[in-house]
Write a protein that binds this ligand. Structure first.
Ligand code: ATP
Length: 351
């Protein structure tokens, strides 16, 4: 158990910058999620913490000690990957025991530790089987047990649930969070799945183009995004972003008019509004658009609307239905509107 500190770490290959000047302190016992699209640098950042990739700049500390020049096997971190990386010829018992043997844990302690780790992931009755005789979810749990068996200083998990189907993924998410809370081991978890990030993390680190865009608790990232990238990445469907201009105190874009906005006249602005803050209306609308798609999901209906320039998604009542191409009026919850600089994408703080 330990704090992990990244001080200005970066990674370049020739002139290509994969990770740029990342500064991040992960508290002892914290579960932090590195989130971002493919190629944003999250895996490289995690591999540098693991010691599998050498930074081209900066320093990494684990438990207050610099490990920048320490070999991966001496860093006392355990990794869980998307591919389970179990040895197919060994039983589950032998697979889980493997890190104990490598570390020279006395033989008489090994079987107790293996049994305890297997019980934690509910695999206690499967120890005699080979990986080939387990389901995907059970194999991933075996990989987890192998990571927890020696209680390392930190867990590093790289998309560990990507190979599982949606239902199993949701179940394993709860399992991992429970286990992490139980063991109180500092954890870095890499994913491109924002739902996974929102549900698992104490704090989310959102990356793009090798740089950190925002760090915050899930609620904070959702309700207080720093820029259009974060706003458009989080949420399902994500925040609607509509680019327009402020004139005479009102925001205007094709099909959109919002009076009395707290932004200076003449400014090019991107308006942000979440689908759940839009309401189908009969009058006093902020948005006039036409219906492009109607998708009932059971608890809500996702309504896709088009203006001349934008596509806007709305969470409508579960029984809302409309003809494709028909006109539709929407009001926005004006207490929950966001404004961003149209060019830089940074949030314009209005209070
Ligand atoms: P994914 O979700 O697809 O794994 P990621 O966010 O984890 O993406 P990284 O694997 O960290 O992304 O890669 C960051 C960038 O660095 C990418 O553009 C990638 O192509 C590049 N990169 C990674 N490894 C190397 C390498 N060995 N040589 C050159 N470029 C690399």
């Amino acid at each position: 158990m330990a704090e992990i500190e990244l001080r200005g770490i970066g990674k370049s290959w020739g002139s290509f910058v994969g990770v740029k000047d990342v500064n991040l302190t992960i508290a002892d016992e914290e579960l932090i999620v590195l989130l971002g699209p493919s190629g944003c640098g999250k895996t490289t950042t995690m591999r540098m913490i693991a010691g599998l990739e050498e930074p081209t700049g900066g320093e990494i500390l684990i438990g207050g000690e610099s490990v920048t020049d320490v070999d991966a096997r001496d860093r006392d971190v355990a990794m869980v990957f998307q591919s389970y990386a179990l040895y197919p010829n060994m039983t589950i018992y032998e697979n889980i025991r493997f890190p104990l043997r490598m570390r020279g844990v006395p033989k008489e302690e090994q079987s107790t530790l293996v049994q305890r780790a297997a019980d934690m992931v509910e695999l206690g009755d499967f120890l005699h089987r080979k990986p080939g005789a387990l389901s995907g979810g059970q194999r991933q749990r075996a990989a987890l047990a192998r990571a927890v068996v020696r209680e390392p200083q930190a867990f590093l998990m790289d998309e560990p649930l990507s190979n599982l189907d949606a239902k199993l993924r949701a179940a394993m998410r709860v399992h991992i969070k429970h286990l992490q809370r139980q063991l109180k081991i500092t954890t870095v978890y890499v994913t491109h799945d924002q739902i996974e990030a929102m549900t698992l993390a104490d704090r989310i680190v959102i990356m793009q183009g090798g740089e950190i865009q925002q760090i915050g608790a899930p609620d904070q990232i959702y309700s207080d995004p720093a820029n259009t990238f974060v706003a458009g990445f989080i949420g399902s469907p994500p925040m609607n972003l509509i680019t327009g201009r402020v004139a005479d105190g009102a925001f205007g874009a094709p099909g959109v008019e919002i009076p009395d906005v707290p932004v200076d006249d003449g400014r090019a602005v991107t308006l942000g509004v979440r689908p759940e803050d839009c309401k189908v209306a009969t009058e006093g609308a902020h948005l006039n658009a036409s219906v492009y798609g109607v998708e009932p999901t059971g608890d809500v209906t996702i309504l896709t609307l088009k203006t001349d320039t934008d596509t806007i998604e709305v969470k409508a009542d579960r029984d809302f239905r409309a003809e494709l191409g028909s006109p539709c009026k929407i009001t926005f919850d004006t207490d929950r509107l966001y404004y961003f600089d149209a060019d830089a994408g940074q949030r314009i703080r209005t209070t």
